[in-house]
Each structure stands twice: as C-alpha cells, then as structure tokens.
Write a protein that binds this ligand. Structure first.
Ligand SMILES: Nc1ncnc2c1ncn2[C@@H]1O[C@H](COP(=O)(O)OP(=O)(O)OP(=O)(O)O)[C@@H](O)[C@H]1O
Length: 423
C-alpha cells in the first residue's frame, strides 16, 4: 500500500543501468528498443551495462558523479537494491525509476499494481517522463558477510529483508542458473522445505506497534507479557534438552576419535572467544538507547520477514499490510511447523492470508535485532558453519550474510517514480 505523498519530478539528465543477464537476457534483448524510445523523450542520457555481480554499485556511482538526477534500472530486484543503495548514500535528491525485467521483480509490483494491462515500453517511458514521485522509507541492515564472522556490512533495502527458510531458498536460487524462471523459486522452495532444520532464533522488536485487531485489543498488556514469559521458559527448556543431546553427541564423537578430541577442545575454546567478541558487538547495537524494547523472544522459526514493501519470492505477499512510508517495518514471524503446514503457509502467502494462521505473528516495529542461540558456540566449527546456513539473511532476494544482525527503518529516504492512475 502507498500513502499519498507525491510530487512531480522533471528528469534533466537520465542515467540508465541495465543488467544484461537479468531474466535470462531479456533486458539485453529489449535494450535497443528501450534506448530508441528514451532518446525520443529525454535530451541527456548516460547508460551502462553491468558486467558482474555488485557492479550496480559501481555503475550507479558513476552516473551520480556524472550528474544524473534520475536513475532508471532495467533489471530485477537485485540491481534495484544496488542502485538504491548508492542513491541513498549520495544524500542527493535523485529519483529512482524502474523498468522491471527480473525473474521475481517483487520490488516493482506495488509500484505498478494498479495497472490492469501488461505494460509496454512506451508506457514505462511515459510514466518516467510524467515523474510522479513517491517518497519511500528504506530499511538499513547490518550483518556478518561470512560464516567466520570476521567481516560486517551495512546495506539498505527498499522492499523486504528476511531470515530463515526464505534466505536459504534465495541462496539456492541465486546459485542455480534460474533457467526455470519463476519456477526456480518453486523448485528451490520444495528442496529447502524438505531439508530445513528450523533453528531457534532470538528476536527483539523495537518500538513495536501491534495492528488493532480484536484479539490484540482484548489482550491486556500484562496478559501478553505473561504469555511471552511462559513461552520463553518453554523455549529455554527445549534448548536445555537440545543442548544435552548435542553434548551427548559430541561426547560420543570424542570417544570414537581421540585425534579429533584435542582439536575439538581447542575449537570450543576458540568459539567461546568468538562468542564473547560477537556478543560484545551485539550488546553495542545502539538500538536499546534509541527505542522502546519489547521482550526478546526465542523461537524455532520458519521465517522472520521485515517489510517496507509487500512481496517477495516471486509474488508472495509476505507483508500484506505494509505501508511504504509509515516509518515502520511490518514484521511477519512464521513458526516452525510440519512440512505439510509449511507448504500450506507458503500457499497462503500468495494471497497474504497467512497472517491469520495459527502461530503466525504479524506486527510492526521501527527496528529488529536477530541473534543466534548460545548453543551454536558449543558446536564444532564444521557443525556451526553448517548450522549457520539456517541463519542466512536475504535482502531483495540477494543472499547477503548471516546473523547476528540488526535492522532499522530509515524514514523517507528514497524517491521512486511511480505509476499514477490518470484522472
Ligand atoms: N553482467 C552480470 N553478470 C552476472 N551477474 C550480474 C550482472 N549484472 C548484474 N548481476 C547480478 O545479478 C544478480 C541478479 O540480478 P537481478 O536481481 O537484477 O535480476 P534477476 O535475478 O533476474 O531478478 P529478480 O531478483 O527480480 O529475480 C544481482 O546480484 C546482480 O548484482
């Protein structure tokens, strides 16, 4: 959903970034026709083709330096994210325009949702020239880029960030050739759902604001707090049991392989040191001082999604109530359930009806902190790295890193040229 906050924008110098590999080369094929139309409508145009992954950052920086006041992305969600990051970082008023030619193209869906017919190149160019500008909030994510947790990165997102099964699916889709187009998601979805381990995750929502549902109104604040406390206790009991099991497993392994024993002990010591390092960083996220904190919850989750926008995974309405400039993330937390229920949940996501399902929590917040359970540090490095696959983060469909991580809303940070129904 988009709340009306529009102004009109005149493009004086148009910059264009094209991903020639997007949607199996569709953007490259369409470029000569698009370029011809652009030349008819804009006096000054600069354009670049991206040559490799992350090249969108470099090419959009060049366009900003050349003085473009609108940058048009001809591609899918991944390149939109790269260009949006450079526009935000430049702190200049530069409009983002999109011709969505991606496998998923989820970011652009709400922008063009009110259009009934399939858009033609001429339609997109007319929209860009008309320049109806919509101000958007963006999310700012900070996370580890490696499983070794030696490097961190900060990156903005315009649409959705998620952790859990979806992030693992994204990593698999992006490693695949995407030959199957939209079916790539479905195929990786099936493979991942069958093997996913639903690890316990700690999450804290800052400045939480629940949606005014009948259920939420009836529950007093105290009652809710009690519920959470009970839940945390239950989860702690589960984790204690799991820890015991893991310890037993480790012991067995140690007995079997005396050689490995020494190495493992050293590793655990190393892990403890790393844990200290990581949790120290975790305690200095700088969120606690800034916002009201809701109690940290520990749950085995299938998914935690934060949305400025609505869609992910090639058309799934994971955050159906999101408003792009209300200053909040919509936060959707789906619990760990059976394989059958997980598939049902994914089907419901196509219409957004999953938010009414039992166990799904749907709320809003200005910030989110997601952390690893302590038990992960008791695992050997090999096992821990394997387990970290379930703690991946995806932004705009790009598999970018791992927990622990923090996410904050940056209000009204980006201007996008959108479609507007003509009166
Ligand atoms: N020339 C290139 N060669 C290889 N990868 C590229 C190239 N240009 C861009 N990329 C990378 O391709 C990835 C996917 O791009 P993009 O998201 O735009 O297309 P898509 O995957 O078809 O669409 P969607 O994300 O909507 O499914 C991005 O990570 C981007 O950095």
């Amino acid at each position: 959903m988009i709340k009306n906050q529009k102004s009109t924008w005149t493009t004086t110098h148009l910059g264009v970034v094209v991903n020639p590999t997007s949607s199996k080369g569709k953007a490259k094929k369409m470029w000569p026709d698009i370029h011809k139309e652009l030349k008819k409508n804009f006096k000054k145009i600069s354009f670049y083709f991206t040559e490799r992954k992350r090249d969108g950052f470099v090419k959009s920086r060049k366009l900003i330096e050349e003085g473009c006041n609108t940058i048009l992305v001809i591609s899918g969600d991944g390149l939109i994210n790269e260009v949006a990051n450079e526009i935000i970082k430049s702190q200049k008023k530069i409009a983002l325009a999109i011709i969505p030619i991606g496998t998923g193209s989820d970011t652009a869906k709400p922008i063009y949702q009110s259009m009934q017919a399939k858009l033609k190149i001429k339609d997109f160019i007319r929209i860009i020239k008309k320049g109806d500008l919509q101000v958007y909030d963006v999310g700012k994510a900070k996370y580890y880029t490696t499983k070794a947790m030696d490097t961190r990165e900060e990156r903005y997102f315009v649409n959705i960030a998620s952790v859990g099964i979806t992030a693992l699916i994204c990593s698999k889709v992006n490693k695949s050739s995407k030959k199957l187009g939209a079916w790539s998601y479905a195929w990786s979805c099936c493979q991942t759902t069958i093997s996913y381990s639903f690890p316990p995750t700690l999450y804290t929502i800052f400045d939480q604001k629940d949606f005014p549902t009948v259920e939420n109104k009836q529950k007093g604040k105290e009652e809710k707090k009690k519920e959470i406390e009970i839940e945390i206790k239950k989860e702690e009991e589960i984790e204690e049991e799991e820890e015991e099991e893991e310890e037993e497993e480790e012991k067995e392994e140690e007995e079997e392989e005396e050689e490995e024993e020494k190495g493992e002990e050293e590793e655990v010591e190393e892990n403890e040191k790393e844990k200290e390092k990581t949790s120290q960083i975790g305690s200095h996220w700088g969120m606690e001082e800034k916002y009201d904190i809701s109690p940290t919850q520990k749950k085995k989750i299938a998914l935690f999604a934060m949305g400025i926008g609505t869609f992910f995974g090639g058309g799934m309405m994971v955050c159906p109530k999101s408003v792009v400039n209300d200053g909040y993330f919509d936060c959707c937390v789906a619990p760990s359930v059976s394989l059958k229920e997980t598939i049902q949940l994914m089907i419901q996501m196509r219409s957004g009806s999953h938010i009414k399902s039992k166990g799904v929590s749907y709320t809003r917040g200005k910030g989110v902190k997601l952390e690893l359970p302590k038990s992960i540090w008791k695992l050997s490095e090999k096992k821990r790295k394997r387990e970290l696959d379930s703690y991946r983060i995806e932004l705009e469909g790009e598999d970018v890193g791992f927990l622990p991580a923090k996410f904050e809303v940056v209000p009204k940070a980006l201007n996008i040229i959108v479609y507007k129904i003509e009166n």
